[in-house]
Design a protein around this ligand. Structure first.
Ligand code: SAM
Length: 281
């Protein structure tokens, strides 16, 4: 017996704190990438259970093993409710997971607006799904700040997916009232917006603030939840926004091959647990 505990030979340990005394850690068998971009620290590590993991400023963005929970739940509820989505806008989303899910539908065009071209480059190298999506003739990649893009574009979109990182650094503006107010100019009468809004367990204050200002801007403001194993608290909150389409309207069918989302999950996701529902006055 070597006396070694299993996995003892894995050398690097990554910790993401969710409170000053708790969080998640990964033993990384390899650090595949580590560099500062003009916007953030970008890292890719390999973990024997979760596969490749993208971190920005030390915070988990996506892992190969559990990316489907988050990406399916940010995209498919909007597509299940929208009667006929043709043009889609993704803000953030440089790892390509949301783009992958959107391209499952017969949309005419999808515009991905990512501020950091280095995230695109790194994700293309380490996450196999991105390159084919960027080669899809329906995809338009724009390297820009999402807040500026929506102020300047003269296009309108049927569905907008806000796949921002945490409300710090370049992503901070994507969590603010002005951003959503300005987004109205690139919507049409049946548009739906979906956005990730953080942890219903650790980020309740910011979600409450967001709920208040969103209700001033949109007629339909519906939060929904999904498990995301590697995110803080293991579950995540999203919001469905529209001025005409109700979140539980089912106007379509999800594509084949999804690992998490289905119409029953859609209905269940909008049924919130009391500890969260009671915070959304
Ligand atoms: N799923 C992840 C999460 O919930 O934390 C987010 C994934 S994705 C990696 C977030 C992306 O948003 C990053 O690539 C980041 O560079 C991009 N981003 C941050 N601020 C931005 C902004 N103002 N405009 C456009 N993209 C932005």
């Amino acid at each position: 017996m070597s006396g070694k505990k299993p996995h003892e030979d894995i050398s690097i340990e990554f910790k993401e704190y969710h409170t000053p005394s708790s969080g998640i850690f990964f033993k990384a068998s390899k650090q595949l990438y580590k560099q500062d971009s003009p916007y953030q620290k970008i890292e890719v590590i390999e973990n024997e259970h979760f596969g490749r993991i993208l971190l920005l400023d030390g915070l988990i963005q996506t892992t190969e093993k559990d990316e489907f929970f988050y990406h399916e739940m940010l995209v498919h509820p909007a597509f299940l409710s929208h009667p006929e989505p043709r043009s889609v806008l993704i803000i953030g989303g440089g790892d390509g997971g949301v783009l992958k899910e959107v391209l499952r539908y017969p949309v005419e065009n999808v515009c991905l607006v990512e501020i950091d071209s280095q995230v695109i480059k790194v994700s293309q190298e380490y996450f196999p799904w991105l390159s084919p999506c960027l080669k899809d003739e329906r995809t338009e990649l724009v390297i820009a700040d999402g807040t500026e893009f929506i102020e300047q574009t003269n296009k309108t979109f049927d569905i907008v997916c806000v796949d921002s990182s945490e409300p710090v650094g370049p992503s901070k503006s994507l969590h603010e009232e002005d951003f959503y107010q300005n987004m109205k100019r690139c919507l049409n009468s049946r548009s739906i917006i979906v956005a990730q809004t953080g942890s219903p367990i650790f980020h309740q204050n910011s979600i409450k603030l967001k709920n208040r200002f969103l209700k001033k801007i949109f007629k339909v403001v519906c939060f929904y939840m999904s498990p995301v194993p590697t995110y803080p608290g293991g579950s995540w909150a999203f919001v469905f926004l529209s001025d005409s389409v109700q979140s539980l309207e089912i106007n379509g069918n999800p594509p084949e091959g999804l690992l998490y989302f289905n119409p029953d999950i859609h209905r269940a996701a909008f049924s919130l647990p009391n500890f969260f529902k009671n915070e959304l006055d």
